[in-house]
Design a protein around this ligand. Structure first.
Ligand SMILES: [Ca+2]
Length: 300
């Protein structure tokens, strides 16, 4: 059952349900069809669905994001076992080739770029996040057109240094990027498994955690372009939103994903333009009242 923003009185009930059973599983909108999924039931990553590197403007290559990160992407940090995708982050000296350089940490990352993109739909993962200062795991969408960023959906981006989950949408332009963001500092994403989803339709996006809508954006800046999925487990640098690791951050650690599923309606979602304003009728020339002037009646 799809749950919308619960009234306060229902939150206690939801908490009881969550404690008493497995995490609530969000369902796609009624009638929507599964168009992409990976249950991670094999022993290796399905190369027909995923790449283990990424690239978009502003990066230094497919295996290193930017100066806000300390981690370099390695294929060996992408592990599939026991029905779960594990994106591992490890503290180790890495001699990078793309770009050249020495890095103090490695990370696992997978991307559907070149394999699967979609415009509008419902995408959901069931996941358990790593915690600790400096950890920066993320479930996000990026535009297929690498020269057209933003948009960017941060469906669930965890700032380990702040103990906060970020749900956000970047829009605007490369020069003037704006963010529509909210933060969840209450839900325990580290010790518990949760379903996290985004329902993305024309002009509207709704973020779900365990089937409960936790953020809604209704705006012209909700994108309508093909986007692809990235799942990553990164290490932040000092000054980043996640901050840098300290001596208490545990390595190695895993961003664990039980599944990813993408659904779309049977009929394509078409963005409809708002109706044109009514044409204002031209003002009529004021007309003079027609007054019949009757001859004065003769006095009796
Ligand atoms: Ca699984």
């Amino acid at each position: 059952m799809r749950l919308l923003c619960p009234p306060l009185s229902a939150i206690g009930l939801l908490a009881l349900v969550s404690m008493a059973s497995s995490p609530l599983v969000a369902a796609p909108p009624t009638g929507w069809k599964l168009v992409f999924n990976d249950e991670f039931e094999g022993q290796t990553l399905d190369a027909s669905k995923w790449s283990t590197a990424m690239d978009f403007p502003g990066t230094h290559g497919p295996r290193y994001h930017n100066e806000f990160y300390l981690s370099y992407t390695l294929d060996e940090d992408v592990i599939v076992s026991d029905g779960v995708l594990r994106l591992r982050t490890e503290k180790r000296l890495v001699s990078g080739q793309e770009p050249m350089g020495l890095f103090d940490y490695s990370q696992g990352l997978v991307s559907t770029r070149d394999h699967f993109t979609f415009t509008y739909g419902y995408v959901e993962i069931r996941a358990k996040y790593p915690g600790g200062k400096g950890m920066w795991p993320c479930f996000w969408l990026m535009p297929e057109d690498e020269n057209a960023w933003p948009p960017e959906f941060d469906i669930a981006e965890y700032y380990g240094g702040q103990h906060k989950m970020h749900h956000g949408l970047a829009y605007g332009s490369m020069r003037e990027t704006k963010w529509d963001s909210s933060v969840d500092a209450e839900t325990d994403f580290i010790n518990d498994w949760h379903t996290i989803g985004l329902e993305w339709t024309a002009g509207k996006a709704v973020w779900y955690v365990d089937g409960v809508a936790c953020k809604t954006v209704t705006a012209d800046y909700v994108p309508g372009v093909p986007m692809y999925v990235i799942l990553s487990n990164s290490v932040g640098a000092a000054g980043s939103a996640a901050s840098a690791p300290d001596e208490n951050t545990v390595f190695p650690n895993d961003f664990q994903i039980d599944y990813i599923r993408v659904y779309q309606p049977g009929q394509p979602i078409v963005k409809t333009e708002p109706p044109a304003p009514p044409v204002k009728a031209p003002a009529l020339e004021p007309t003079k009242p027609i007054i019949a002037v009757l001859p004065a009646a003769p006095l009796p």
